[in-house]
Design a protein around this ligand. Structure first.
Ligand SMILES: [Ca+2]
Ligand SMILES: [Ca+2]
Length: 198
């Protein structure tokens, strides 16, 4: 018993040393874990990036099948690719697209037979398609036929400014609806969008 009594303080010191050491180790472990968690939270993560598309393009140039001296003849065709846009005074419309896949490009205007082509992107300045497009479908039912001619005949011989003048029937945009416009329609009579050679 004397021996135990003698060593009692040492036993307490040893015990507290052990407990303190254990607490210190535990604290460091928690701290280390927190640090690691915190770091991993703020580490830059790998975010999937969309494929670069600014370097690829599809350019459309419309070529209406008629003769006209009006500079506006090429303007205002609606072109849809990976969005919708309209042609400028040169008949041109450019798109920036993703590489790889093909695109269905549709082209339309109020008095033209609509057309869809398959276009393939190329690196900038992009692939350029010159697209023939035919006037005559004034009622936009996807066929140029007698119904369109009957519509045009209602404005026959009308001049710009007349109440019956309709810009949609004046295909060559020379400010008069006459036989020249009728002949433009007749050129592709009975055509549908499938009549275009893609
Ligand atoms: Ca029609
Ligand atoms: Ca005309």
């Amino acid at each position: 018993m004397k021996l135990i009594k003698f060593f009692k303080p040492y036993i307490f010191v040893l015990f507290f040393t052990f407990v303190f050491s254990y607490m210190l180790i535990s604290f460091e472990t928690v701290y280390a874990d927190n640090t690691e968690t915190k770091v991993s939270t703020y580490l830059p993560t790998s975010v999937p990036q969309p494929a670069a598309h600014m370097d690829y393009g599809i350019n459309i140039i419309v070529k209406p099948d008629l003769i006209s001296s009006n500079p506006n003849i090429l303007k205002g065709f609606v072109v849809s690719c990976n969005g919708s846009s309209t042609t400028n005074e040169s008949g041109r419309c450019d798109f920036r697209v993703y590489p790889g896949s093909s695109y269905n490009v549709s082209i339309s205007k109020g008095n033209y037979l609509r057309r869809t082509i398959v276009a393939y992107p190329a690196a900038v300045p992009g692939s350029t398609y010159v697209v023939d497009i035919w006037p005559g479908d004034v009622n936009q039912d996807n066929i140029i036929n007698m119904v369109d001619l009957i519509e045009i005949s209602k404005s026959f011989d009308c001049l710009k400014g007349d109440s019956m003048y309709d810009i949609n029937y004046d295909f060559n945009m020379d400010d008069v609806i006459n036989m020249a416009d009728v002949l433009i329609v007749a050129k592709h009579f009975n055509s549908t969008p499938e009549s275009y050679i893609n």
